[in-house]
Write a protein that binds this ligand. Structure first.
Ligand code: HSE
Length: 425
């Protein structure tokens, strides 16, 4: 039977889950894959944590050199998170001839060009299924199963923390700050929630996914990014009343004008498969020219779901000859020929505070019509605030720049002010 030794760098939530899966399923993998996977080393600063998981004392390494020089270790699993020291450790492992499986989206997003070069030089595998959308096998689907397609778009709910917060804001009508506090108490949000709520986490994942999908490097710095911190319970409620649900979407499109990549809150029409993805669940909705539409749904985080993705990579690495690298020139920046669409097209939800008197609506709609923006829905509500009423507009698809111009013009009138603008799909 083929023996496969692994080492785990970091025994936090994901490392612990991975260790548990490998231990509990050892006989299952022996029986079904003909491979005997054993944990030959761990690197964990907190020895007590390692011992509590059942790691034998002699398998706890004191430094990365011990892991790299251990001939029993074939594959190094990096689940530390963050760029350093993870990058140094991964490069050391690759230079020592070990294949690497990582769940580290920030590291892979920012440095895949460096890691891949070293992996190729040493004829090692570099696997990163767990870096995006936890247990949902979207990377392998894009790398393998969907290769027969030109992928035209992928739209994802790829951050569980923000999806949990938006779902609770929607169901309880609660303010962002209150729901965030509750999410932190329950362990759904980090003490410092910036990476999740400001959309950085989703943009790292979108960079990785769209690079694979569109066969060209899509650096995260090209991604338009807006988080959920400014979202109000009022807009969620007005959107709900019009049949929309608010999500933090990661959108990647590839068409005749180039590549469009953005992360921002967006209203999703109820009935769209993504509208039903609630709480901390994730999903990616992929459209290809042959397959049409595919949606992958599941747990985007957590010890066992992310461990599932890691162990899947370990088994894939151990049972396949040769390694897959990027289909494109993987460099830090995009290829000079790649065009990024910045003035993208979308539908928009706008909430205006308007004077409730004759002629206001026609003045407002005249401004939108001046920029060629067509209305799909217009709804005035009766709640009066400082003599003004909420006027909700949903536009047909139009250019972002046209919306910006129209908003400036509306705000220069004395009959209405734009309170919020939210994109919609
Ligand atoms: N913090 C991420 C999320 C999970 O909330 O989805 C790990 O990527």
């Amino acid at each position: 039977m083929k023996k496969v030794g692994v080492a785990i760098l970091g025994l936090g939530v994901v490392g612990g889950g991975t260790y548990k899966i490998l231990k509990e399923h050892r006989d299952f993998y022996r029986a079904n894959h003909g491979i005997d996977i054993t944990v030959e080393g761990v690197l964990e600063i907190n020895r007590e944590r390692a011992l509590a998981l059942g790691v034998e004392e002699e398998k706890i390494a004191s430094n990365i050199a011990e892991i790299c020089s251990n001939p029993e270790v074939d594959i190094v699993i990096e689940v530390m998170g963050g760029v350093e020291p993870a990058k140094t450790f991964v490069l050391s492992a690759l230079n020592a001839g070990k294949s690497v499986v990582t769940s580290n989206k920030e590291l892979y997003c920012k440095y895949s060009h460096v890691l891949e070069k070293v992996a190729k030089k040493n004829n090692c595998g570099l696997f990163y299924e767990a870096s995006c959308v936890g247990g949902v096998p979207v990377i392998r689907a894009l790398l393998d199963n969907l290769q027969g397609n030109k992928i035209t778009s992928l739209i994802g709910i790829i951050n569980g923390t923000t999806n949990y917060i938006l779902t609770k804001m929607s169901s309880a009508g609660a303010a962002y700050k209150d729901v965030l506090k509750e999410a932190q108490k329950l362990g759904y949000a980090e003490a410092d929630p910036t990476a999740d709520v400001e959309g950085y986490d989703a943009s790292y994942k979108l960079s990785i996914l769209s690079s694979i999908a569109f066969h060209t490097k899509v650096p995260y710095t090209e991604i338009y990014r807006e988080g959920i911190t400014e979202v109000s319970a009022e807009d969620i409620s007005y959107g709900n009343r019009l049949g929309y649900t608010l999500k933090l979407l990661a959108i990647g499109k590839c068409g005749g004008n180039g590549i469009e990549v953005r992360v921002h809150p967006a209203f999703v029409k109820k009935g769209h498969p993504l509208a039903g993805v609630n709480d901390s669940y994730n999903a990616v909705y992929i459209s290809g020219d042959s397959v049409e539409d595919v949606m992958l749904y599941g747990r985007g985080a957590g010890a066992l779901p992310t461990g599932s993705a890691i162990v899947g990579d370990v088994i894939y690495c151990a049972t396949h000859n040769g390694f897959n690298y990027s289909t494109f020139e993987n460099s830090e920046t995009a290829a000079p020929s790649t065009k990024f669409v910045k003035n993208f097209e979308s539908s928009y939800y706008l909430r205006l505070a308007a004077a409730d008197k004759a002629g206001v609506l026609s003045k407002v709609t005249a401004i939108f019509s001046k920029y060629g923006i067509s209305m799909a829905e217009v709804k005035q509500y009766t709640e009066v605030n400082n003599g003004e009423v909420p006027l909700i507009l949903i536009t047909h698809t139009t250019y972002e720049n046209n919306i910006k111009k129209a908003v400036t013009d509306v705000n220069s009138t004395n009959v209405a002010k734009v309170v919020s603008v939210i994109r919609a799909i």
